[in-house]
Design a protein around this ligand. Structure first.
Ligand code: DQQ
Length: 562
């Protein structure tokens, strides 16, 4: 691919002119946010000729979900520092006049990117539309032209006309035809519809759903991509060979959770055989067990990796969002790959985030006896990247947990961080006030079960703020651990009102949104704790204060109706 990066990197980002009040303690410093107003799903992320493009669902008129959603557009050279551009898509035609909803980008032949997005049409039905860049020699692809034959797809029979949305990135089969899947529902039954096309304009919809699930409601924002069975490199979306597996990810609207399945895609039969069935229990795989939704991946041609973005919702009140003037964050982009076991995905913040690491403090070989709390001082604890490796005692002493099928969130809410256990709870207290009246605990606790050992990973927001009007959640999952395991790791990216945590090197992810009232700016603290009777060791801990990422824009973004 020809590369624009050299020319375009001389472009300097204009100073940030936020249209929201400055010095807001909960506005993040290195997570992606628009300058103001509402943001939800990531749309059409791509790497194109040296530039990363990120589009997202945005209400330009206010900090709540709007009647008229646009595709806002930002570009970057490193996925960390961003330039906000004019909106790529705004409602303008009968087929999208009630909103340009989510979709994806596909790079077609001759390296032409194409957006497939959902339009809410003049009858409030959902149809699929196509848009192409106006000028391929513009490195930022600032202008997009809607196709004259839009809409290119309408809901097939058996699908509700107003619940047919969110096309994926398309993949090309060996027969040269493009395929795309689209989320849908009928009544309370979720569906995923497969469509194919020879020219990306004329589409045939398969009458047999690619995936269907009863009683779980709309399957929003599907994602379908290959993963390599060996190594951490990503694979382009159209690759099909014996050294890959496929991932189908669905955002269940009723649950607001991101479930995924690993399986085998058989292109000749247009069939995806999942390795496991959906059980509706804690055994199901989720990309993130916390506040993370409507995610989307893309293949990064520059670094041969697959990158995942997800929308992280607010959990404060709408009144707060209106006062703040903004709502919604994106997760830090995460590299995603198949674990060596072949049984689950692994995720890790992209390496570029480490460029923001500033002052470092370390703790090595420190004993954490039961009931102890140790402050990690010397860093800006409101915005920090912390990695800790805990050394465990012998596992035989772990508490018994009856039965294999436990409800991890219930367990976590009963066995919260401040209640003593045997091996754990131990972990981090993030965004904590000095007197620990405010804290968000991210912790582990180990149990013996009839079939081996299980680790509970939990995040407890119940004491995250003195405020009573917040939605404070307990997020948790359990995972099996090897009886010979000696250590367990945790990394948390803490950024003023978000904590993204990665347990066991990315095996389990949990994201929290919290709004402390005491633990803000310089009054935020970070602690390591152990409330188990058994001693654990901090084998090593490294924490870095994080610098601000740069967010600016080229031109003032105009209101679309002014
Ligand atoms: N958000 C979009 C829809 C999608 C939903 C509208 C998921 O296209 O289904 O903003 O959050």
């Amino acid at each position: 691919m020809e590369n624009f990066a050299k020319d375009a990197s001389s472009h300097s980002i204009n100073s940030i002119k936020y249209l929201v009040p400055e010095n807001q303690p909960h506005r993040t410093c290195y997570h992606f946010q628009p300058p103001h107003n509402w943001m939800n799903d990531p749309n059409g992320p791509m790497y194109y000729k040296g530039v990363y493009h990120f589009f997202y669902q945005h209400n330009p008129f206010g900090p709540t979900f709007g009647k008229i959603m646009v595709w806002a557009h930002s570009v970057s050279y490193d996925l960390i520092n961003w330039i906000h551009l004019k909106h790529a898509l705004e409602p303008s035609e009968p087929y999208d006049i009630n909103g340009c909803y989510s979709g994806s980008v596909t790079i077609l032949s001759e390296e032409k990117p194409a957006i497939l997005y959902t339009g809410n049409d003049n009858n409030k039905n959902q149809v699929q539309n196509l848009a192409m860049p106006k000028n391929l020699s513009d490195p930022y692809l600032r202008e997009w032209v809607k196709h004259s034959q839009n809409p290119v797809m309408v809901a097939p029979s058996g699908i509700e006309m107003d619940n047919f949305r969110d096309p994926t990135t398309a993949w090309k089969g060996n027969d040269g035809k493009w395929r795309v899947i689209i989320g849908a529902k009928n009544g309370d039954d979720g569906k995923v519809i497969l469509c194919h096309s020879e020219d990306f304009v004329h589409w045939i919809l398969d009458p047999i759903p690619f995936y269907a699930i009863d009683n779980y409601g709309m399957c929003e924002c599907p994602d379908f991509f290959p993963v390599s069975i060996c190594g951490t490199n990503g694979v382009d979306t159209s690759v099909q060979n014996s050294s890959i597996r496929h991932v189908l990810k669905l955002s269940y609207q009723n649950e607001q959770q991101e479930h995924y399945f690993l399986g085998k895609y058989q292109p000749d039969q247009e069939n995806f055989m999942t390795d496991t069935k959906f059980t509706g229990t804690s055994l199901d795989l989720k990309l993130d067990y916390g506040a993370f939704y409507a995610s989307k991946t893309f293949f990064d041609y520059a670094k041969k990796r697959r990158i995942l973005w997800g929308w992280v919702q607010e959990s404060d009140t709408t009144k707060d969002d209106i006062e703040k003037g903004w709502a919604g964050l994106q997760s830090i982009p995460r590299q995603v790959w198949l674990d060596k076991s072949g049984k689950q995905l692994m995720q890790w913040p992209i390496e570029e985030v480490e460029k923001l690491r500033d002052k470092q403090v370390s703790i090595l070989g420190k004993k954490l006896i039961g009931g102890s709390t140790l402050q990690v001082s010397g860093i800006t604890a409101s915005q920090v990247d912390v990695e800790v490796l805990f050394e465990l005692p012998e596992l035989e002493s772990a508490e018994w947990l009856d039965g294999n099928e436990v409800d991890p969130e219930l367990l976590c809410s009963e066995e919260y961080a401040s209640k003593s256990g045997t091996i754990g709870p131990f972990g981090l207290l993030a965004l904590a006030s000095e007197d620990l009246t405010e804290k968000t605990a991210i912790f582990f606790r180990i149990y013996r079960t009839p079939n081996g050992y299980k680790c509970l990973m939990c995040s407890d927001e119940s004491r995250s703020s003195l405020r009573q009007d917040l939605n404070k959640r307990t997020y948790a999952t359990t995972f099996d651990i090897d009886p010979n395991i000696k250590t367990i790791s945790l990394r948390s990216l803490i950024d003023r009102s978000i904590i993204e945590s990665f347990g066991e090197e990315g095996r389990v992810c949990l994201t929290n949104r919290v709004y402390p009232s005491l633990a803000i700016d310089k009054d935020a603290h970070l602690y390591v704790f152990n409330n188990g009777t058994q001693t654990v060791f901090i084998s090593k801990l490294n924490a870095w204060s994080m610098k601000h990422a740069e967010f600016g824009y080229e031109e003032k973004i105009e209101n679309i109706n002014s």
